[in-house]
Design a protein around this ligand. Structure first.
Ligand code: GDP
Length: 297
């Protein structure tokens, strides 16, 4: 299935109804606005975001009047495009680097979202930009995750600090960071343990790790397939441990778009990067503008 396929065709239905009109009025946009609302809800966009989106588009549409050479259906496409960009945060939000010493990036997230994979992908991405990286394996509840990280590290030529599963994550963080400083690496990325659901144990552990690492970036890895649930998670982690942004994975699957469109508005935190596949190359910055283009087909 084409990513956002359903959202794309749902939105298309809206402008089709304006064909042949000379100007957008409160009356003739009523049906198109219903189409837009329905398309967003079906894409699992969070309800408050849908409400605000539809209101804003509708206000702009009615206020637009006649524009020579631009038909109402094209006007509506443009308004929706710009509103999509806005809802996704407008500008691309880059990874920040520390002014001195290593930049520390802490990754958090529930089990199975792709956190361990992202850890290696991110190192690969930064390495290509000329940064030396080191990974810290902190998923102490899943020995397989540590092995997986070591294998990925070898594959991309990035060292991985491991201390097994018997050491507390906060101590692993402390020792790993020390090692990174000794080796003068530019960026340290720490993988942490996820759980099936948000629980106090995970949050406390992350708070401990965060205290020791004092990270420049604390990024929550969320699965695009979970739709608006991804946005609620970003809010929860933001409130509990403080995060600087999100990484949205599995955008190559048949994600309906709800996560991409809800995270920023619901949580106030930007999506910084997106994963769109299992290969190391499959991580890229989140460009609201390109994403809007893709949604509009
Ligand atoms: P973790 O439990 O969060 O550490 O998750 P893993 O990194 O082990 O990933 C879980 C599964 O999702 C693995 O099979 C990964 O290959 C897969 N995965 C991770 N990111 C992506 C992605 O962007 N797209 C796809 N299709 N699969 C992914």
């Amino acid at each position: 299935a084409e990513m956002f396929g359903q959202l794309t065709s749902g939105l298309e239905a809206a402008w089709t109804k304006l064909k042949g009109e000379d100007v957008m009025t409160k009356e003739n946009i009523a049906e198109p606005m219903k189409d837009i609302r329905r398309a967003l809800l079906e894409a699992d966009v969070s309800l408050p975001v849908v409400r605000r989106f539809v209101q804003s588009v509708s206000d702009q549409a009615v206020g637009m009047g006649v524009i020579r050479g631009v038909k109402p259906d094209q006007q509506l496409v443009k308004i929706v495009h710009d509103e999509l960009v806005k809802v996704m945060g407008g500008e691309v939000s880059e990874i920040q680097f520390a002014k001195s010493g290593p930049t520390v990036i802490l990754l958090a997230g529930l089990q199975g979202v792709g956190k361990t994979t992202v850890c290696a992908k991110l190192a690969y991405y930064l390495k290509k930009q000329g940064k030396s990286c080191m990974l810290i394996a902190g998923d102490v509840y899943r020995p397989a995750a540590i092995d997986q990280l070591v294998i990925l590290g070898e594959k991309i030529g990035v060292p991985v600090y491991t201390a097994g599963t018997e050491v507390k994550p906060a101590d692993i963080a402390k020792q790993g960071l020390k090692e990174a400083k000794m080796n003068n690496v530019d960026v340290v990325i720490m993988d942490t343990a996820g759980r099936l659901q948000v629980d106090k144990g995970m949050m406390d552990e992350l708070k401990d790790v965060k205290r020791f690492l004092n990270p420049t970036e604390t990024l929550l890895v969320v699965d695009a397939m979970t739709g608006q649930e991804a946005a609620s998670l970003v809010t929860a982690f933001s409130v509990e441990i403080g995060i600087t942004g999100a990484i949205l994975t599995k955008l190559d699957g048949d994600s309906r778009g709800g996560a991409a469109l809800s995270v920023k508005e619901v949580s106030g935190k930007p999506i910084k990067l997106v994963g769109r596949g299992e290969r190391m190359e499959d991580l890229e910055p989140f460009y609201p503008n390109r994403m809007a283009g893709r949604i509009l087909g």
